[in-house]
Design a protein. Structure first.
Length: 461
């Protein structure tokens, strides 16, 4: 921390406005740090130093501003708190190199492409990669609404095209969405750098060109899906701030493309992330926005996914009946899905029978029926293809935790041995954190033989 000469009058004013004590502000900043996987141990004396004029480190300045943003219900920046900005400046040579200027998607396309390029550059440049941890989760703004009118054809600017005809670019992008969606089944750490390189170099370059309206919209749509997948990978890697950044870019691109399928997919993914972070109201708001946008032109698989996530969010708020109604809606949509798959070429999302059983189990667990939840989650495992490793691993973890709650330590030991069987096949920070939590949970049952068996195995890994 740097010592300044003058007391921080702005911070003192915000403390008075918020009604917080020094201890309450310190505790809130520590909680926001934990939300972003940053261990902080501030107390009232640290806040006293800040009000006296000491400047905390940059990440802490951003967390303090975010704490007041959530408390006061308006945007508060580090400058408003009396500090320097503390924000990580996104700057990369890629946008200029690619000439990202006006595009058929409107003015928003340029900003989204530039942000995407700069974010991807942080991942692909090893010297800048540590900066990914400087992003923190912000209190979300209402999601952008999706325009109903089609994009105008006029104003499309034609430039020289790269080696690949635009129709071929779209075809390549469709294959890439499928490939990276499959790669994510092995954990976010496997392919996130490759996906960031592909997005930041190839895809951003294609978006800078202005081919026909239809093909440009398809490129925007594919970019939205890939940015969403990269957000999911970062979320799995517990890099929650940068995951939120990529999700917002994905939503911008979906809106620019006016593609309802991509829009619903991204909103549902943002709801999943919010719920994982404990932001239940935000998760419910996003899930409701996704289902409201799930019109008939959205593939059945995506509509069922959105209803399944809505059920989870409703259950987290204690609304069991609403959650059950949403699960029924998800099942109805799943049964309506055509056997040949979706007509949307970028739609790689399916609400399978395994997904349906897992959602049902998660709803039961959240609404006070752990025994029923175990049954449903086991059924999900039986239906889940072996290659969907991440989902299988986290389902095993969920089952084991519920079995401990029920006092079924022998069964929990079996579930967690299965969890440890598949864990080495993943590159997933989320799964690794689940393993660490498993260790803490087992140590609370030191006299149980199943707990000793699993702990002994974990210690030899």
């Amino acid at each position: 921390m740097q010592a300044d000469r003058n007391p921080n009058i702005l911070l003192r004013a915000l403390l008075a406005e918020s009604g917080w004590t020094y201890e309450q502000l310190a505790r809130t900043v520590n909680q926001l740090g934990a939300e972003n996987r940053i261990r902080l141990y501030y107390d009232r004396t640290a806040v006293a130093h800040w009000t006296a004029g000491t400047t905390p480190r940059s990440t802490t300045r951003v967390l303090i501003a975010e704490a007041f943003t959530r408390r006061l219900g308006r945007r508060v920046t580090p400058v408003d708190v009396g500090f320097d900005s503390g924000h990580l400046v996104l700057a990369a040579p890629t946008p200029a190199a690619h000439g990202v200027t006006g595009a058929p998607g409107g003015a928003g396309t340029t900003g989204a492409a530039e942000r995407l390029s700069a974010l991807c550059h942080l991942e692909t440049d090893p010297t800048r990669r540590p900066a990914l941890r400087q992003f923190i989760v912000k209190d979300g703004h209402p999601p952008l609404s999706l325009p109903a009118a089609p994009l105008p054809e006029q104003g499309v600017r034609h430039v020289l095209r790269q080696w690949c005809p635009d129709a071929d670019k779209v075809m390549v992008l469709r294959e890439a969405v499928g490939f990276f969606h499959s790669a994510h089944q092995f954990g976010g750490g496997h392919a996130r750098t490759a996906l960031a390189a592909y997005l930041g170099h190839a895809v951003v370059g294609w978006l800078s060109l202005c081919p026909s309206q239809r093909e440009h919209v398809d490129l925007l749509t594919g970019a939205a899906h890939l940015a969403h997948l990269l957000a999911c990978m970062y979320s799995d890697e517990e890099l929650n701030g940068v995951a939120q950044q990529h999700a917002e870019v994905a939503l911008d691109l979906a809106v620019a493309a006016r593609n309802r399928c991509a829009y619903v997919v991204v909103l549902s993914g943002m709801s999943v992330h919010a719920l994982d972070l404990g932001h239940r109201r935000r998760a419910l708001s996003l899930a409701r926005a996704a289902t409201r946008s799930s019109h008939v032109d959205v593939p059945s698989g995506v509509r069922s996914l959105s209803y399944g996530q809505l059920a989870r969010a409703q259950a987290a708020m204690g609304n069991r009946q609403e959650a059950m109604d949403s699960l029924r809606a998800a099942d109805e949509e799943r049964r309506c899905e055509p056997s040949g798959g979706s007509a949307d070429a970028f739609d790689v999302y399916r609400y399978s029978a395994a997904d349906a059983s897992r959602r049902y189990g998660q709803v039961l667990a959240a609404t006070g029926d752990p025994a029923g939840a175990v049954t449903a989650l086991r059924r999900s495992l039986e239906l889940r293809p072996s290659q969907e490793l991440l989902a299988r691993t986290m389902t095993l973890y969920e089952i084991g935790c519920l079995q401990v709650r029920l006092g079924r330590l022998e069964e929990a030991g079996t579930s967690w041995h299965q969890f440890l069987d598949v864990l080495p096949l993943l590159r997933s920070r989320r799964a690794a954190c689940a393993s660490a939590e498993l260790g803490r949970l087992l140590r609370s049952h030191p006299g149980a033989q199943p707990a000793r068996s699993v702990l002994a195995r974990m210690e030899t890994r």
